[in-house]
Write a protein that binds this ligand. Sequence first.
Ligand SMILES: NC(=O)c1ccc[n+]([C@@H]2O[C@H](COP(=O)([O-])OP(=O)(O)OC[C@H]3O[C@@H](n4cnc5c(N)ncnc54)[C@H](O)[C@@H]3O)[C@@H](O)[C@H]2O)c1
Length: 387
Amino acid sequence: MPDTVLSQFTQSYTEEKQASSKKLKIGIIGCGWIAEAHIESYLEMDDVEIVGAADLIPGKAEAFMKRYGVEGVRFYPSHKELIDNEQLDGVSICTYNTQHAAPTIYALKHGVNVLLEKPFTVTLDEAIEVMKAEKESGKVLSIGFQPRGDLNMQMIKKIVESGALGKVYYIQTGGGRRRGIPNSTFIEKDTAGIGALGDIGCYSLDMVLNAIGYPKPLTVSGYKSAYFGQNPEYATADRFHTAEENARRFSVDDFAAAFVRLEGDIILDFRISWAMHMNTPGDTIILGTKAGLRIPSTDCWNGSVGGEMTLYHDLAGVRMEEKIPILKDNSGHGLFYKKIRGFLDAIINGTPAPVPSSQIVINQAIIDGICKSAELGREIEITIPEV
Ligand SMILES: NC(=O)c1ccc[n+]([C@@H]2O[C@H](COP(=O)([O-])OP(=O)(O)OC[C@H]3O[C@@H](n4cnc5c(N)ncnc54)[C@H](O)[C@@H]3O)[C@@H](O)[C@H]2O)c1
């Protein structure tokens, strides 16, 4: 083969290699608490370059990057300047809930792939606007539900999909804490929009809805209250506010419950708590025509299951109880690493988002429905607009 032809192959092979070893340019929007988990994972990855960071609070992004010893990063006062001035492959949006929709829409409209922290948004309307921007952009939008990477969470879905439960007809889920209101930007309507519902409720909903294939919700009768957050006896102080101040600031839910009808004749019985006079609002149970699954309760489903699960079924007329051992992850990577890696691999390979908006919009519609139903004091129908 003539050398000229061979050198063409060599050249294109080298270009391909260079292209595949190109670092992804990443920005971080919102440099608060959860951004720490994002940067720690990004810093473990060889194919990532953090190029910019934004925070509304002057000096916060700079201090954040300094803490992690990340150099050569440019800093911006909000998501807009960051997106306008950097050629980004992707952004982590780590802002508080009421600032999820606007930066995500802005990033997508400017051709940037987005990893958005949970909950998706505050309202269903916002989620739909985000999905419209996602559709027009053709970019990756993945929502930050790291428990999707947990082997035990995956086991719940595998059990349902194996058919071992038969037809699923009833689910009780939720969880939460006797005391555990997070304060900070989580308790004001202006920043959080929703309380326990958005902070931890979205996780328990994702755990069971993902397992059963995210059927659409039809109706919801919802309830929410704030008896603990607004009471100075139960409110707690933080670095910036006394307990009395936090009780006055508290303008979201600290407890919510709902009865949701899902497509496929499935009932979802849900409750979530940041504070209550009870140790637990109960285990998660999934009832099917062939077997039932019990998943021990936890304060928050943001990682793994609360303990060994139990499968209840009959065998040759004998009532059986089988323990499902906790699976250990030997991958050497944490859930945040996996969530971020999944997002980046979707960008690189042009594959669908690991946690797609088409699923999480259903989670959001239920949360939105609970809020609306609670405000009206009656059951309502849930309609999710087509995007
Ligand atoms: N996946 C998880 O396990 C997990 C855990 C905790 C929090 N979260 C989610 O992460 C989000 C942030 O939580 P947090 O505890 O880090 O909050 P935080 O208040 O500590 O940080 C949010 C930061 O975003 C900044 N910000 C807001 N709007 C902005 C904008 N438009 N441009 C630039 N900066 C902006 C704020 O100034 C603030 O510094 C919340 O939605 C929360 O639900 C997820």
